[in-house]
Design a protein around this ligand. Structure first.
Ligand SMILES: [Zn+2]
Length: 264
């Protein structure tokens, strides 16, 4: 059943870095996209997200467009050399109408672009920033579940968005023990992602978000091409098929969950 009529919310993308974000968004809107969160990963991309969102919110008035500010674990070592303080100032002085979350932040022991000590420090500082600004925290974690859960357990008050969830049912259960929502990406559509698909099937509709992480992680059948926010519906429809429910239910639930999670 097509999802005509229902709109999709891309809870995580990076189109502020596109050469022409306005065209990307216009194309999305023509293809059933009703909202997007532009996610910062450095001081520069956080500032860029704010600038792009401020401009495009005037152009696309019926579209829900917000941002987050974050320092990615890849950039933790670099950020500790001085950008972190500037980043925090940008977040604290930005419009609360536009900036709606802290992150993406977390731990990435797969690429290990920053040493683990710096990653943990930058992660913890952003958890504290999220709490002191009452904003939700967008988490990136790769090959680091144990440390991620241990750090989060020490900060139990934080509202969490597990972005680009790559785990299986076991990790899902642990995520759901927190005050959290869990966001699935195009990874769920990949053939080798059986465990991730099992988690998506299991995830309660009330805790589920969908995202593209565009321009990365293009879902089937467009793998190899540039990812676009409008492909979020391919992720959502795939999950609807896994759950054996109609597309509208997933579109409507994930849309409402994103609005609620980010306080939009
Ligand atoms: Zn991302």
């Amino acid at each position: 059943m097509p999802s005509e009529g229902s709109l999709w919310f891309d809870s995580h993308c990076h189109i502020q870095e596109d050469p022409d974000p306005a065209s990307t968004l216009a194309l999305g809107i023509a293809n059933g996209l009703g909202g997007a969160v532009l996610v910062g990963t450095t001081l520069a991309t956080t500032q860029l997200a704010l600038e792009v969102a401020e401009e495009l919110r005037l152009e696309f008035r019926d579209f829900s467009l917000v941002t987050t500010g974050g320092i990615h674990p890849h950039d933790a070592t670099e950020a500790l050399k001085g950008d972190y303080e500037k980043f925090e100032k940008v977040v604290r002085t930005s419009s609360r109408e536009i900036l709606k979350g802290i992150g993406e932040c977390g731990l990435d022991y797969f690429y290990d672009y920053s040493d683990h000590g710096s990653q943990r420090e930058i992660f913890i500082r952003q958890i504290e920033l999220a709490n002191s600004t009452s904003l939700p925290l967008v988490i990136h974690t790769r090959d680091a579940w144990d440390d991620t859960f241990a750090i989060l357990a020490d900060h139990a008050d934080t509202k969490l968005v597990f972005h680009c969830f790559t785990g299986g049912p076991e990790e899902l259960d642990k995520c759901l023990e927190f005050d959290s929502v869990v966001s699935f990406s195009g990874i769920v559509t990949f053939k080798k992602s059986q465990e991730n698909a099992a988690a998506a099937k299991k995830c309660p509709l009330s805790r589920l978000l969908v995202e593209t992480d565009s321009p990365y992680l293009t879902p089937v059948p467009f793998r190899g091409q540039r990812n676009l926010p409008q492909y979020v519906k391919l992720v959502g429809e795939f999950i609807a098929d896994l759950k054996g429910i109609d597309y509208e239910s997933v579109a409507d639930a994930t849309f409402a969950n994103t609005i609620r999670a980010f306080g939009i």
